[in-house]
Design a protein around this ligand. Structure first.
Ligand SMILES: [Zn+2]
Ligand SMILES: [Zn+2]
Length: 338
């Protein structure tokens, strides 16, 4: 089959590789679409100790081609997606249902071959059938699952005022999910005007261009502060400013992925004085179910978030666009088959 392989940091090729075989408890999937995301850029950049060579791709939808002999309830022809996080089920954290912190964690497209390929073999236990949900929508299940997990952590309540920094694909998923979760008044800020127009069309009550004058406009949206402030930028200087907008008794959710060595100035007195709660949100934890429902019912609209679609052979080009932002991009999908 054809596959995109990151041989080592900074080197990517599309080449012929052996077809994956399914172990007894696995299925082989013909990949219809696979979404490109920040994690793939981190693997390409070699920022953490990843394993190489690796076929990346963890936001994957497709059709089952073959099933291992021990697999029940799944059969060839089924349209599916899979949770790329494969927990061991036995370790300290798995036994406490914190599967995203599994000590023996395997990530499809991260520690084992993923979906930027014509086929991928995955454990049956992480497979989710999607019925007739269109692949273009289903490709957003994994990122939306991360969003659902983040909101399960920070739990916005009915009637809350919410401020979201960042209107990329994740920020716009957060916006829509927050509205469904009870957010009464949601403000979105970003440096790109085009993204803010999308935010407005997807239900933001107010959009604010992120510039040196943003403070007054953001404060005008909630003079007493916001009940929940979410960072979806991963930019340390932006994260540092989040806390200023949290109302006494409110919450801050650090959703964007900052560089590993970044630090921010921070006042423990302010946290104490204003009763602020701060939440991290790492990946997802058994949240594929709600994400599928949100997409199936149309509660979350992902069509406007899709900017590019490339055949597998153009994976290096797609990676380049995502990496250098040489042209405006939202979600980029790779289409290995069909
Ligand atoms: Zn991702
Ligand atoms: Zn475990």
């Amino acid at each position: 089959m054809r596959a995109a392989i990151i041989e080592r940091p900074g080197q990517v090729t599309v080449q012929e590789v052996p077809d994956p075989q399914s172990a007894a408890d696995e299925v082989v999937v013909a990949v219809a679409l696979a979404g490109l995301c920040g994690t793939d850029l981190h693997i390409y950049a070699g920022e953490v100790n990843y394993v190489y060579p690796i076929i990346p791709g963890h936001e994957v939808v497709g059709t089952i081609m073959e099933v291992g002999e021990d697999v029940e309830d799944l059969s060839p022809g089924m349209r599916i997606t899979f949770d790329p996080n494969v927990p061991c089920g036995q370790c300290h954290f798995c036994r406490r249902s914190r599967f995203n912190h599994c000590l023996n964690w395997q990530g499809i497209g991260v520690t084992r071959h993923g979906g930027f390929a014509e086929r991928v073999a995955v454990p049956a236990k992480v497979v989710y059938p999607i019925g007739d949900l269109p692949f273009e929508r289903a490709a957003f299940i994994e990122p939306l699952s991360c969003v659902v997990y983040g909101l399960q952590r920070a739990t916005p309540a009915l009637g809350d005022r919410v401020l979201i920094f960042g209107a990329g694909p994740i920020g716009l998923l957060l916006l829509q999910a927050v509205r469904r979760a009870g957010g009464a008044y949601v403000v979105v800020t970003d440096v790109q005007q085009g993204r803010l127009q999308l935010a407005a069309s997807l239900g933001a009550d107010r959009t604010v261009v992120a510039d040196e004058d943003q403070t007054a406009a953001l404060r005008a949206g909630a003079p007493m502060g916001y009940d929940v402030v979410i960072d979806a930028t991963g930019v340390p200087s932006v994260v540092a400013g989040c806390m200023d907008y949290v109302t006494p008794g409110g919450k801050a959710l650090f959703f964007g992925v900052c560089p590993e060595d970044a630090t921010i100035p921070f006042s423990p007195f302010e946290l104490y004085r204003r009763d602020i709660s701060v939440y991290g949100s790492f990946a997802l934890n058994r949240t594929f179910g709600p994400a599928i429902e949100l997409l199936r019912g149309g509660a979350v609209d992902v069509k406007p978030l899709l900017s590019h679609r490339f055949p597998l052979e153009r994976f290096p080009h797609a990676l380049e666009i995502a990496r250098t932002r040489s042209e405006p991009a939202m979600k980029i999908l790779i289409q290995p088959t069909g």
